[in-house]
Ligand binder design. Structure first.
Ligand SMILES: [Zn+2]
Ligand SMILES: [Zn+2]
Ligand SMILES: [Zn+2]
Ligand SMILES: [Zn+2]
Length: 152
């Protein structure tokens, strides 16, 4: 009997699909990929985006789709498409925290400040939203009371 045992011996070393790290890995719940088991290195309220696990779970459609309990593939999920602002949908579906990115991200109108017309890059933050629409940081700051503005 000839059995080829060689293929078992050269098992591939698993590595994090995002950064290539090979130590302290875990499987993602959402897509069964190897990822750094690094959530404990996250400093609470620091807003640091240094955890592969957290980045994938919080800043991708894959993670959000799974957390919301949607069924099927996130890339074709109608609920995700409908629930998320198009600009953020594209950002979450194509950023570097994804193992796979959207092949045909939908087109979207750039978000503009309703006061001055400046294009707001939502994924970079620095805007506020109100009943009339989005305001860029400058316009948001202008509407603040003067005694708060001097601290900015
Ligand atoms: Zn990693
Ligand atoms: Zn995933
Ligand atoms: Zn979904
Ligand atoms: Zn503005």
């Amino acid at each position: 009997m000839h059995q080829n045992r060689k293929s078992e011996a050269v098992r591939e070393q698993p590595e994090c699909g995002l950064c290539g790290e090979t130590k302290k890995l875990m499987m993602t719940d959402c897509c069964d990929r190897w990822i750094c088991d690094d959530e404990d290195s996250y400093v609470l309220f620091s807003y640091a985006r240094n955890s592969c696990f957290r980045n994938h779970r919080s800043y991708t459609l894959c993670g959000g789709h799974h957390a919301e309990g949607h069924s099927g593939d996130w890339k074709t999920c109608k609920k995700c498409l409908k629930n998320i602002e198009p600009e953020m949908y594209v950002h979450f579906g194509t950023n570097e925290y994804n193992f796979e990115v959207l092949e045909n991200p939908p087109e979207y109108e750039p978000t503009k400040c309703h006061e001055c017309g400046k294009v707001i890059v939502m994924s970079e933050g620095g805007y506020s939203s109100g009943p009339k629409g989005y305001s860029c940081w400058d316009c948001s700051a202008k509407s603040l009371p003067a005694d708060i503005r001097k601290f900015l």
